[in-house]
Design a protein around this ligand. Structure first.
Ligand code: PRP
Length: 226
């Protein structure tokens, strides 16, 4: 927690607007901010409020759908944001990627039924059509990409697609649905991103936040290595 003196100092600062993803990244992100000394309450996500100001930390949290975080940041509605690498790879937004936060670790994978047979013109269902298209294009494989918005694992089970390209975290969803992970495409962690103008205009604040978060991340990595 901050000392009263530090809180007062942050109180006098201009608000830094942070697009914060709701859902699975939310709690580890809040924990990271708290460990970095920002007085952020645990229950950001518990109310239906979408804009939550934390005056002691001079932060304003914009509670966003994870896929929309980079949009708020790109257009300057938020100065910075926390977003999964999966979303950044898919959407290719014009933002600065400042830090690998090392939270919400998972991976992007190609998944299918265990008895799959090679086929021409594979049908691939995914929430990530750009990632999937690029992956198969680089391998010289022609595929038909089918965009879905969730429960992607259904697609091979009901004959909509031969494969899926999706995020795997614990692997429980694929195991429980009798699917297998065929190939890992890339690792995913959450990233801190910044609007290009905000990064210049609020550089000192953003840099200070980065330094404090980086210290926590480095500390965590050191503990993991030991
Ligand atoms: C994601 C992803 C997988 C699942 C992987 O879905 O699309 O379905 O999590 O997690 P696991 O490896 O720990 O089982 P999400 O929960 O975001 O919901 P969705 O299916 O509606 O996209």
């Amino acid at each position: 927690m901050l000392t009263t003196q530090a809180s007062h100092k942050e109180n006098t600062k201009e608000l830094l607007k942070i697009a914060m993803p709701k859902g699975r990244i939310n709690r580890p992100a809040i924990k990271l901010f708290q460990e970095a000394g920002f007085a952020v309450p645990d229950d950001l996500e518990d109310s239906r409020k979408l804009i939550i100001t934390v005056p002691d930390a001079a932060l304003e949290f914009i509670m966003a759908k994870p896929v929309d975080v980079a949009t708020y940041v790109e257009y300057g509605a938020a100065d910075i944001g926390i977003v999964g690498k999966d979303v950044l790879m898919e959407d290719n937004r014009d933002v600065y990627e400042l830090l690998d936060l090392g939270i919400a670790r998972c991976r992007m994978s190609v998944i299918g039924l265990p008895d799959w047979k090679p086929a021409i013109n594979l049908k691939v269902a995914t929430k990530y059509p750009n990632v999937a298209s690029q992956y198969f294009r680089e391998r010289g494989q022609q595929v038909n990409v089918i965009k879905l918005n969730g429960s992607i694992e259904l697609a091979p089970l009901i004959g909509l697609a031969d494969r899926i390209v999706d995020m795997v975290e614990t692997g429980a969803t694929i195991v429980e649905n009798g699917l297998v992970e065929m190939e890992q495409i890339f690792s995913i962690t959450s990233r801190l991103i910044a609007n290009r103008v905000s990064y210049r205009m609020k550089n000192e604040r953003i840099q200070d936040l980065c330094d404090r978060l980086q210290e926590v991340i480095t500390g965590r990595e050191t503990v993991q290595v030991k």
